[in-house]
Design a protein around this ligand. Sequence first.
Ligand SMILES: Nc1nc2c(ncn2[C@@H]2O[C@H](COP(=O)(O)OP(=O)(O)O)[C@@H](O)[C@H]2O)c(=O)[nH]1
Ligand SMILES: [Mg+2]
Length: 594
Amino acid sequence: MQVIATAGHVDHGKSTLVRALTGMEPDRWAEERRRGLTIGLGFCWMTLPSGQRLAFVDVPGHERFVPNMLAGVGPAPAVLFTVAADAGWMPQSEEHLAAVHALGISHGLLVVTRADLADPAGALRQARQRIAATTLGDVEAVAVSAVTGAGLPDLISALDRLAGRLPSPDRDAPVRLWVDRAFSIKGSGTVVTGTLAAGTIRERQELLLTPALAAARVRGIESLKERAGAVTGVARVAVNLRGGAAPARGMALVEPGRWALASVADVRLGAAADPPRQLTVHIGAARTVARVRLLGGRIARLTLRDALPLHVGDRLLLRDPGSAAGPAAGPDPAWPPVAGATVLDLAPPGLARRGAAAAAAAELSGWPPVPGAAELIRRHRLIQAGTLRAMGVTDLPAPVSGDWLADPAYWAELGGRLASLVSAHLAAAPLSAGLPVEAARARLGLPARQLVEALAGPALEMRGGSLRPAGRPAPLPDQVQAAVAALRGELARQPFAAPEAARLRELGLDTKAVAAAARAGLLLRLTEQVVLAPGADQEAARILAQLPQPFTAAQARQVLGTTRRVAIPLLEYLDRSGATRRLPDDRRMLNGAG
Ligand SMILES: Nc1nc2c(ncn2[C@@H]2O[C@H](COP(=O)(O)OP(=O)(O)O)[C@@H](O)[C@H]2O)c(=O)[nH]1
Ligand SMILES: [Mg+2]
């Protein structure tokens, strides 16, 4: 199926044409019929000679109903632009064309209607020239008369060719159905309709209805009044919902996990003039008001009054509600009544820093029309994959840790900074265990501790929540080394005569220094107060092997020639290291002995 929206000045035969082509009534409401105006949107369809089905969204032409017109044209991939032969190009023709251009629609047909009333050549020439300057470019043109039927077969052929040219959207794209009508049916609940631009809606699928993101279950789907188990865009769909509160035009049904509601967006403006401070924003069938801050060049930050489900690359239509007064006087080019904008970033960083706005404008100006993961990651430096996915970015690289993606240059810089922080910390506090991870996180301004751990890499090792250079015990300060050397000399003579607290104090070895020396492998620390030379434990095991097994603590103390103060922690150390085991009667055996 394909979907095409009508566009063109009021009374230029849009609805009549749709009626002639489809045999259906686009002016749905009696009141519209009576007043001869299409106020709401009309939905009709036909089967083309190729078998392809084409749905029409017929929009109103009256100036007062521009929002309605946009709700119809916004999600449609193509337009059927009408100009009456007997009236020619009119102000609302221009207005509709500007909207089509701002929306970036690039497929369409020009139809000169009412060709029985005047020679269509003039209107055709005029319209072609205007249309050629827009995103529609050189479109096929057909002159028709709905009254005589002249030109209708040509128009049908042209529509068939157009439908054949339209791209087939991604069937797995994230679903976002802009609601253009909502009503309730007795007994079967709520129904919403819309133009599904891409993706697939399935029966029983759970969708979320904006802005509350209320869960709504798909009870049934119809497309062109036929029941379907699943419908893939492009298509006109009617979705019967269970839940989802009270849907209305402008809301959207979105797939869970694939959208976030955005209220701030950095965009590229489609017009090169100073925008007003406030604009009306249209996308799909939605409309809200945005505060506009020009960052520089054509880059602006929009702050939306109502958050909308947006993706990077989305086309917004910006309307200046105050532009009716006509173009502003002055040397600057005037901001147009309607302009387009492309969404570049939906989680833009703050602009508090001096010069941040200009820097942001300079960076974003260089981006491709639709930014990808590379641009966004470079800008954010660190960002969660889930955040990017909710912005519609798919080409994600491997995360550095968990869900975190990092700009490679920034990540390398952070690694360097972390290494310097660790060295600086150890230089200032040589006896410390290293730089605490939390301190590193705070100093680097990182959002999560796991990033510090991922950043540490093989050059740094983490022990007990602190970072230090890997495989390289910190060099001990000279006086600590001298004290340890003296102590080791004493222990060499009496390996189990651990120094008393007074002797350690005398040597200048406080708890920190003892811990650092133990970490460096220069001392064996049995408790805070009891230290021996490294290897004393193996020496003890060798000596204990001479005792009859099992042996008591007293026997061990005697054979080692030491005191209870040393023997008990030493035996406990041997138990922990697996050299000995303690029996229920408190005696011990060497493991492997007996
Ligand atoms: N003579 C003639 N009248 C037409 C033709 N197409 C539309 N009209 C008339 O033009 C008026 C406006 O048509 P309508 O389809 O409502 O215009 P819309 O506002 O663009 O939808 C109606 O009175 C139609 O009957 C045509 O090809 N020939
Ligand atoms: Mg009409």
